[in-house]
Ligand binder design. Structure first.
Ligand SMILES: Nc1nc2c(ncn2[C@@H]2O[C@H](COP(=O)(O)OP(=O)(O)O)[C@@H](O)[C@H]2O)c(=O)[nH]1
Ligand SMILES: [Mg+2]
Length: 337
């Protein structure tokens, strides 16, 4: 090899071994690899994920959602420290409120997780808002697998309540925590019903200072509302508690509830079933992405795609027929009748 040759990328086996030994540089490299869109990197990423598969699945996977300003990041910072104190190694996939990778501020400032960021038993991976939907990227699931293989046994995924991001995250985690805040008037209006239905635990935050009573009232209203919602959802019994992320109040109860729930799910076999189902959904989504990419990648198909889009937009053809026609052209999934 000459001096001008680019240094060879480490082999997948090397990378996997280093990652599993807990090497942070290897972890960062691995994440960069799975995020890469280059076809050759994607093949290596696949091999890497296959190699680490036996080392995944051991973490407590927690989703943290709620409107911007609810205190998710503040809560994760404190809760993460508590988890470390309880013996966990904590990985956080966080929303980065600054819109670009540049800006010069240090990680802790950007994510409001300054204290956690300086812990050796913590790893924080911010997703720039520009690249993600509410903090969720296409590779969030893969990243969870990587941090698990690197030995992190608590994974916190922060998501902002926008679009489909909560639903997506709820399909990746074991426990979905919604951080709510006491507001004025009808509490249940302040949170979308869809989000409420995903919640395993609702933590009414900012229960401190003058806010304690309002937080308690909000919690009661959530309990009442959930009671009604739960009538149509057998087996779904979310808990509601009040916390103060800032004053580290109620977070011990939050951890207890999470662990209790996880233990119950494990004992009943529901955890394995849930994760199995999640893996199947993941496979289906990846396959659909591939199918679509392959289809649109073909020149002929791409031309028809644009044509169909125009026709659908102008009302010349229904979306249903257009999709069927495109499917016929691509020779995919023609069901008879
Ligand atoms: N009083 C009080 N303020 C809080 C608490 N948690 C967060 N905040 C404040 O709420 C604002 C938004 O917090 P942040 O964690 O960035 O919210 P996020 O957008 O949900 O991640 C900040 O000004 C925090 O200092 C809390 O428990 N009590
Ligand atoms: Mg935040």
């Amino acid at each position: 090899m000459t001096a001008t040759t680019k240094p060879k990328a480490p082999s997948v086996e090397d990378l996997a071994a280093k990652l599993i030994s807990g090497d942070r540089i290897a972890l960062a490299r691995a994440i960069t690899l799975i995020e890469s869109v280059k076809p050759e990197d994607q093949l290596r990423a696949q091999d890497l994920l296959e190699a680490i598969l036996p080392k995944t699945g051991k973490a407590l996977r927690i989703g943290i959602s709620g409107v911007p300003g609810a205190g998710k990041s503040t809560l994760i910072d404190q809760f993460g420290l508590n988890l470390i104190e309880a013996g966990y190694k904590v990985a956080v996939l966080a929303v980065d409120p600054t819109s670009s990778r540049s800006g010069g501020s240090i990680l802790g400032d950007k994510t409001r997780m300054g204290r956690l960021a300086s812990e050796t038993d913590a790893y924080i991976r911010p997703s720039p808002a520009g690249d993600s939907l509410g903090g969720v990227t296409k590779t969030t699931r893969e990243t969870i697998a990587l941090v698990e293989a690197a030995g992190f046994d608590a994974v916190l995924v922060e998501t902002v309540g926008v679009g489909q991001s909560e639903t997506t995250v709820s399909k990746m985690v074991d426990v979905f925590v919604v951080v709510a805040i006491p507001g004025a008037g009808d509490e249940l209006q302040g949170i979308k019903r869809g989000l409420l239905e995903l919640a395993d635990i609702i933590a009414v935050n900012k229960a401190d200072g003058d806010n304690v009573d309002r937080a308690e009232r909000a919690a009661s209203e959530y309990r009442a509302g959930l009671h009604i919602l739960a009538a149509g959802n057998p087996g779904w019994e979310p808990s509601v508690l009040t916390v103060s992320a800032m004053q580290n109040k109620g977070l011990d109860t939050l951890l207890e509830k999470i662990k209790e729930r996880q233990e119950k799910l494990k004992q009943s076999g529901a955890l394995a079933a849930r994760r199995g189902d999640q893996a199947v959904v993941w496979m289906r989504e990846l396959f659909e992405q591939r199918l679509l990419a392959a289809f649109k990648g073909g020149r002929k198909a791409a031309r028809h795609w644009a044509e169909m889009e125009d026709k659908v937009r102008d009302g010349e053809i229904s979306a249903v027929s257009a999709a069927a026609e495109l499917g016929r052209l691509a020779k995919i999934g023609q069901s008879e009748g």
